[in-house]
Design a protein around this ligand. Structure first.
Ligand code: 4NP
Length: 156
């Protein structure tokens, strides 16, 4: 069993897409019983809200439903409940590490670095337009496929 938590700032734009796409690829591969998947924000401004309508729309265009997700803030328990906590950008990773308790069991990493081996941020689309959400969708789709392959690779 692997547990993965995707974390951005508000938990309404990027991490819901990262969560939804990773879950989509896990389900397509028939591996749902091997993963716990969730997302959270380092901030609490959007707690209890559904994802941003632009994230819902871009995912829906590709047949991926994320509208039932509900934003929440990263919590100290998450550092024990999840094996892997992935920050969508470097600011997120810095903020996650600030909240990390000394006895944390989780590994914290930058999302695209962990998935694709590239030290790049997923850009924040909040003040952008539909094209920016499309970019986030495509990055998260590619990263999800690679992350699933990495996490299911047999140990050498
Ligand atoms: P996210 O995007 O971190 O990808 O969910 C944002 C959502 C909300 C805000 C900023 C970024 N905000 O300033 O409220």
């Amino acid at each position: 069993m692997r547990s993965v938590l995707f974390v951005c700032l508000g938990n309404i734009c990027r991490s819901p897409l990262a969560e939804g796409l990773f879950r989509h690829h896990v389900e397509t591969a028939g591996l749902s019983d091997r993963f716990t998947i969730d997302s959270a924000g380092t901030g609490n401004w959007h707690k209890g809200e559904p994802p941003d309508r632009r994230s819902i729309a871009v995912a829906a265009r590709y047949g991926v439903a994320i509208h039932e997700q509900c934003a929440r803030q990263l919590h100290a328990d998450d550092f024990h409940r999840f094996d892997l906590i992935l920050g969508l950008d470097r600011d997120n990773v810095r903020n996650i590490r600030t909240l990390m308790p000394d006895d944390a069991t989780a590994t914290v990493a930058l999302y695209l670095d962990e998935a694709l081996g590239i030290s790049k941020d997923v850009p924040d689309p909040y003040y952008g337009d539909a094209r920016d959400f499309e970019t986030v969708y495509n990055l998260c789709d590619k990263a999800s496929v690679a992350l699933l392959a990495k996490l299911t690779k047999p140990a050498p």
